[in-house]
Write a protein that binds this ligand. Structure first.
Ligand code: ZN
Length: 276
């Protein structure tokens, strides 16, 4: 279900025949925004009358959901930037008319991470738009978007309410997870506990934020009931400081297209090293 009002409006404008070929979407939640944009792409391409149930009954919508339709390309940063060759690849794949759906659509996540040369390689799409190609540039940081891109896109805002209420369940998971790490359990905690819970990237990020706050409070000597670090007075000051740096690093990496399993294993290994 589309939750952003402005993306809802975009959808109704498209069905009225008013449309742009490139959008700069400013958002505060990339995951939610991407999922709304995907709904929009389904509406555009669905060969049936689109409905919320399309995911189950309609092949095309199902493929869009699974990121498996060749005419929809999602570009995520490769490391800390969006590389020129990633965009050249999009150009090449979209040099022919769409075969699988009505539109060829590319979505660039964290578009602020494009540099001049990667932006130049996509400029053709923006300067000589073709009817059957639509581009979305998603960003949480509009100020850092190159002006060559900004000036050629329709700019829309998709702002979501922050999930202020941290889910009780996530707190419980964060506590269990941290407890096991403090007990020096092996990597198995990821495989046997965290991963089977099938959490989203955003939920895992939330768990790390909870753990991060525990560490910050503990480091400042603040006592809050429920902070399980309070029960681990054996943690040395140095260990706490080192572990804060590790958690911070994980929180910054989780935003990029890193493999979650590898990231979690990295986390456990580094946390253990820091406590030796
Ligand atoms: Zn459909």
């Amino acid at each position: 279900m589309v939750t952003s009002k402005s993306i809802k409006k975009l959808i109704s404008n498209y069905s009225n025949g008013k449309y742009s070929h490139a959008f700069l979407v400013e958002t505060n939640n990339l995951d939610k925004c991407l999922s709304d944009i995907k709904e929009f792409i389904k509406v555009l391409n669905c060969p049936h009358v689109f409905s919320e149930n399309c995911n189950k009954s309609c092949n095309l919508c199902k493929l869009i959901d699974l990121n498996n339709l060749p005419s929809i390309i999602i570009v995520r940063p490769d490391g800390m930037s969006i590389k020129k060759n990633q965009l050249l690849e999009v150009q090449e794949k979209f040099s022919t008319k769409p075969v699988y759906s009505k539109f060829n659509v590319y979505i660039i996540c964290n578009a602020e991470l494009m540099n001049d040369s990667s932006a130049n390689s996509i400029l053709k799409f923006l300067e000589e738009p073709e009817d059957n190609i639509i581009g979305f540039y998603l960003t949480e940081n509009k100020e850092q978007i190159l002006s060559t891109i900004k000036s050629r896109c329709e700019i829309i805002k998709a702002i979501y309410e922050e999930d202020n209420v941290i889910n009780e369940e996530l707190i419980k998971i964060a506590n269990n997870y941290l407890q096991s790490i403090l007990k020096n359990e092996e990597l198995i905690i990821n495989k046997e506990y965290l991963l089977p819970l099938s959490l989203t990237r955003a939920q895992i990020e939330q768990i790390f934020k909870i753990i991060f706050n525990y560490y910050l409070d503990f480091n400042k000597g603040k006592y809050f009931p429920g902070n399980i670090l309070n029960e681990n007075i054996l943690l040395s000051e140095l260990t706490v400081k080192k572990q804060i740096v590790i958690i911070e690093k994980v929180l910054s990496m989780i935003k990029f297209n890193v493999n979650i399993e590898l990231l979690l294993d990295y986390f456990i290994i580094e946390m253990r090293k820091a406590s030796d």
